[in-house]
Design a protein around this ligand. Structure first.
Ligand code: ADP
Ligand code: MG
Length: 702
């Protein structure tokens, strides 16, 4: 039986009554497998005691006697302080929200104490400690678990230990035996015991290494299998040209001739890679990464032209370009109209807001192949939309889309009438995915990166300003407006939301204040997600034409909006925005020839976290560096798009910290898949289960 198949409820464990089971379920522990996978957050090495007097050097681990109870504060804030001593010193345990410890830690009682201490108010203090009665069974290295109220380390240790005794030895191996031997890993049952109750610190290390290996191995099997299956999806019957590098398609050549500028080196490279894919024997699945303003839209248009021309001996097909918001989709549609209609392309625009009559006609034209290229929101893939011959799908700002869409899109390609098989897929993202993560999670995609920006852009100057200095920021923006420029002001809220957030500025009130008090000479408008599409569109159009000079907004302007004359981005309460949002917002300016500025205005009560983020913004402009910093600050689970991917259910492994191991594991997993999947037996049952989720164009990361 594999660990995950151990579905016995925890209540089957002796000593886990209904009350304990309820407490456990609050930690997400329902089955015995859940319990065994509730890994310790730390380990307490009792074989090496650290007396209280050594608190500066290390975590204290000692035996103490309770010598006094004291209470501080009043009412709900009333807090218990327990004074204890060992042979070296006295210390105080501050028991926030744990008044019940008064009974447990009776005067004179001898206890094992463990935790980090600080010197505060003339005392050695700790508020995060573990304490339990001295008992014979708790010796050696003990696990310290994440707890919830009402559960104690002692109870959890006892339950885990019993679960290990009952089921531990019948847990089946998950890794191929030759890998265990080659890598010096532990057999699964020993690894499981070793992570909870290691005999030595060395054993603990080995157990960790084993479990991390297992988690990453299956992640990479999944990724590798998906990449392979993609290569197995041959296109339709038409043989593809193999041979020299495909040159530009005729339409691509004509577009480039008409452009007033030439492609950047990064754009040129990306187009070459895309052309190679689109002329190749397998459907493209490519992620195009490029910082904000690097000109990804143009690259996607060139890809669309390859589809319409019929690259690589395939007949001409259709291209669909999908954007996450209507605002952005419309902007793309307008650009496409400007650049591509003169080439004779038949374009259309499809969003959820399209009126019934127009929609019906459009759908008919699409299904009959009278449209070459369609731009829109996710409405492009609604049930009733059919394509005559969908050849290319571009997903802009792919991290903005949820999990399901990728497979939906692919299904659409298959069902299109003149289908040549799976359409080519180009995903674009300005939230750079750090290399380490790209390898793990987007490992089944090919990646193109545009590293350069179009020439002539001046680096944006970023300034931090305290809220009390907002006047100086407004003055500065005033001068830019007087020089003919435009400005964005961004707020964390749409409107004032009652007293709790009274000291937070909101877009609505600030739009009024900017218009009436601060910049009465300039037209101001407000956009946010609750303004209806038609109005939003009108406002954006006026802003683009310069009729509106100041846009007060929420982070709806975050993605994609491109107005070259805007030179100021003011983000108020900037500490409330995440790094990737701030980077995107800043990327809204610096798109024209003029010097641009970004002001990050922060409130007075700034958390450490907020401070760090603002500092990153001040010091870095490269989106890739910012993404790496973001990853360091937040951990991989939080990176845009990954949290919903569902596959990153890593318990111990951390693809960033374990990057080196990951690279090796990846090779190992891929080699097995390629050479001989049978090597995985007798673990095939598990592999099959993992692979079941891995359809060739599954949902990983999108
Ligand atoms: P993003 O990569 O953020 O989506 P966009 O595609 O919106 O960037 O491009 C930003 C701006 O740069 C657009 O106004 C576009 O016309 C312009 N642009 C794109 N490629 C070039 C180039 N090679 N030279 C000059 N300007 C370019
Ligand atoms: Mg863009």
């Amino acid at each position: 039986m594999f660990l995950r198949e151990l579905k016995e409820p925890v209540s089957r464990i002796r000593g886990a009554g209904p009350e304990t089971a309820a407490l456990l379920s609050r930690l997400g522990i329902v089955t015995a497998a859940d319990l065994l996978c509730h890994y310790p957050r730390d380990w307490e090495d009792r074989s090496r005691p650290v007396p209280l007097s050594q608190f500066v050097k290390a975590q204290v681990c000692t035996t103490v006697t309770v010598i006094a109870h004291e209470w501080i504060g009043f009412g709900r804030m009333r807090t218990l302080k327990v004074r204890v001593e060992d042979e070296s010193a006295q210390a105080v345990l501050v028991c926030w929200n744990r008044p019940f410890l008064e009974k447990q830690l009776a005067l004179g009682k001898r206890c094992r104490l463990w935790g980090r201490f600080q010197y505060k108010y003339g005392e050695i203090q700790s508020s995060s400690f573990d304490i339990s009665a001295v008992s014979a069974e708790e010796q050696g290295i003990l696990p310290v678990y994440p707890l919830s109220a009402g559960l104690s380390q002692t109870v959890l240790r006892r339950l885990v230990s019993r679960a290990l005794d009952t089921w531990g030895s019948s847990i089946e191996e998950e890794l191929p035996r030759f890998i265990i031997e080659k890598e010096g890993l532990l057999p699964r049952p020993l690894a499981l015991r070793g992570i909870h109750f290691p005999a030595t610190m060395e054993e603990l290390d080995q157990a960790k290494r084993t479990l991390i290996y297992g988690e990453l191995f299956y992640l990479e099997i999944l990724v590798g299998r998906r990449a392979m299956e993609r290569r197995n999806v041959r296109r339709g019957a038409v043989p593809r040209a193999a041979g020299p590098e495909p040159s530009l398609s005729p339409l691509q050549g004509r577009l480039l001739e008409r452009l007033p500028f030439s492609l950047t080196a990064g754009q040129r490279e990306a187009v070459a890679e895309i052309n190679r894919d689109m002329a190749g024997p397998f459907p493209m699945a490519r992620l195009l990464q490029g910082d904000v303003g690097s000109g990804k839209t143009l690259v996607s248009f060139l890809a669309a032209l390859a589809a319409v021309d019929g690259m690589g001996g395939l007949p001409p097909g259709q291209a669909a370009i999908m954007a996450p918001t209507e605002l952005l989709a419309r902007q793309h549609a307008e650009n496409a109209a400007r650049l591509l209609e003169p080439l004779g392309l038949r374009l259309s625009f499809l969003t959820g807001n399209l009126k019934a009559a127009g929609r019906k006609e459009l759908l008919k034209a699409l299904a009959q192949g009278e449209i070459d290229m369609v731009l829109g929101t996710h409405a492009l893939f609604s049930q009733d939309v059919n394509y005559a011959n969908l050849r290319l799908v571009v997903v802009d700002e792919q991290h903005r889309f949820g999990v399901i869409q990728r497979s939906l899109i692919m299904a659409k390609g298959h069902s299109s009438a003149g289908a040549q098989g799976t359409p080519d897929l180009l995903m674009m993202s300005a939230t750079p995915i750090p290399r380490t993560l790209a390898l793990t999670v987007f490992g089944d995609l090919d990646v193109s990166v545009i590293r350069d920006l179009p020439p002539g852009r001046k680096p944006i100057r970023t300034h931090l300003a305290r809220q009390s200095n907002e006047g100086r920021v407004y003055d500065f923006v005033g001068k830019e407006l007087a020089a003919g420029r435009q400005a964005y002001f961004v707020y964390p809220l749409i409107e004032a939301a009652g007293s709790r957030t009274a000291d937070l500025k909101d877009a609505q009130s600030m739009a009024a204040r900017l218009a009436e008090e601060v910049f009465p000479r300039y037209p101001v408008a407000l956009v946010h997600s609750r303004i209806n599409e038609e109005e939003k569109q009108e406002i954006m159009e006026k802003f683009r034409r310069g009729e509106i000079r100041i846009l007060a907004a929420t982070s709806v302007v975050e993605v994609g909006v491109d107005v070259a004359n805007a030179s100021c981005m003011v983000v108020e309460h900037a500490e409330r925005f995440g790094l990737s949002a701030l980077h995107q917002l800043r990327g809204r300016v610096g798109r024209g020839p003029e010097q641009s500025y970004c002001f990050l205005v922060y409130s007075d009560e700034l958390t450490e976290d907020g401070k760090t983020r603002l500092k990153v913004m001040l010091e870095h402009s490269d989106g890739f560096v910012i993404a790496e910093e973001d990853l360091k600050l937040r951990g991989p689970g939080q990176i845009a798009g990954l949290e919903q991917s569902g596959y990153l259910s890593l318990g111990l492994a951390d693809p960033v910290r374990d990057a080196e191991a990951l690279a090796r594991i990846r090779q190992e997993a891929f080699a097995i898949l390629e050479k001989d999947p049978a090597l995985l037996s007798p673990e095939n049952r598990l592999i099959a289960e993992v692979l079941e989720k891995a359809s060739p164009f599954g949902t990983l990361g999108l």
